[in-house]
Design a protein around this ligand. Structure first.
Ligand code: 5GP
Length: 106
């Protein structure tokens, strides 16, 4: 695992500010600082997993938890449809090495 604290861990620990939409014991949801759609949320686990390649069997519930949040978040934002994206690895377009799901809708 990356030893340096990710920008998202710093947001989770309130070391840097973010526009927080939702939070529970497992994850936090923020508005993307550089939105690619009218609504662009990032669903971020509090556990600092670098990429999908680093998932362990014990992360199954956490990932399922985040997937189940997506339609709830979309409903709360008034979206009747949305796109999701998980960039994985530098060659997959990942810039922040702390797993996150993009939720985008217009
Ligand atoms: P990736 O390419 O890693 O999937 O996407 C990282 C996303 O995080 C980008 O869409 C970028 O705009 C967003 N981002 C990067 N730094 C920050 C930040 O400090 N605050 C917020 N809210 N979003 C960030």
């Amino acid at each position: 695992m990356n030893q340096e604290k990710s920008i998202f861990s710093k947001i989770i620990d309130r070391e840097i500010p973010a526009d927080i939409v939702y939070e529970d014991d497992k994850c936090i949801v923020i508005h993307d600082i550089n939105p690619k759609a009218r609504v662009h949320l990032l669903i971020i686990p509090k556990k600092p997993i670098d990429t999908l390649f680093d998932l362990k069997p014990e992360d199954r519930d956490l990932m399922g938890h985040m997937m189940l949040l997506l339609p709830q978040l979309a409903n709360a934002q008034g979206l009747d449809g949305f796109k999701t994206q998980i960039n994985t690895g530098a060659s997959g377009g990942q810039e922040v090495f702390h797993i996150h799901i993009h939720l985008m809708g217009n």
